[in-house]
Design a protein around this ligand. Structure first.
Ligand code: GSH
Length: 218
């Protein structure tokens, strides 16, 4: 049986979906928070997160970089992404849009004053469209708190982690972003968040963070 180490900073950031997936997979895994920047040269790509997979004899079989690649590796290995490439692609296209929104969010924060309004609008437009797309997908699946079928899958977890980041951690970057995201959330996304957060498979990792359901009802 493999064991895993997830090397990242002590924040949810780019690692939370992978932490939730490892937890849901019920594998043995541990967080590692390297000293930074001292440990930077020791990372394959000079950045975090990094996933290390060890076999029973303690040998590292895999040292993997890039957060979304890591997520998908775990999700595929443990059945949270369907084996059917078409069904998997339907989840991955939604996941990749979350990355675009996070990138647009940081670009808008860092923008010079003369382009700020344009780039804030771009971020808000992407976010609104994603909320529309995901809410429709949840409705199409019967509004049961899952994107596909009746079970927890990769995209349920990735969507939950995205809204957790925006609503709980987003204020560290821009004070107004949690309120903006909260104001746009639909009943379908509220349902997704409460269903994912209550899933017993995720309990151990969810307990380490502020409950998103409580933040939303505050
Ligand atoms: N595309 C990469 C981005 C990785 C990345 O930007 N990591 C940041 C933390 S969120 C980092 O390592 N920053 C420290 C540094 O670059 O020295 C991924 O998704 O993993």
């Amino acid at each position: 049986m493999s064991t895993f180490t997830l090397r990242y900073f002590n924040i949810p950031g780019l690692a939370e979906t992978s932490r939730l997936l490892l937890t849901a997979a019920k594998v043995e895994w541990a967080d590692e928070h390297p000293e930074w920047p001292q440990e930077k040269p020791n990372q394959p790509f000079g950045r975090l997160p990094v996933l290390i997979q060890k076999s029973a004899d303690g040998k590292a079989d895999l040292v993997l970089s890039e957060s979304v690649t890591i997520e998908r590796y775990i999700a595929r290995t443990y059945g949270f992404l369907p084996a059917d490439p078409l069904k998997a692609a339907l989840q991955e296209q939604v996941r990749d849009r979350f990355t675009d929104i996070v990138v647009a969010f940081f670009i808008s924060i860092l923008a010079h004053e003369e382009r700020k309004e344009e780039l804030v609008t771009k971020f808000e437009t992407l976010l609104s469209k994603q909320i529309e797309i995901t809410s429709q997908a949840l409705r199409d699946n019967g509004n049961n708190g899952h994107f596909f079928g009746d079970d927890l899958t990769y995209i349920d977890i990735a969507a939950y982690a995205f809204f957790q980041f925006m609503i709980v951690s987003g204020k560290e970057h821009k004070e107004s972003v949690p309120e903006l995201v909260k104001s746009l959330l639909t009943p379908e996304l509220h349902k997704l968040i409460s269903v994912v957060e209550a899933n017993p498979l995720l309990e151990v990792q969810v307990a380490k963070r502020d409950k998103l359901v409580s933040v939303l009802s505050a």
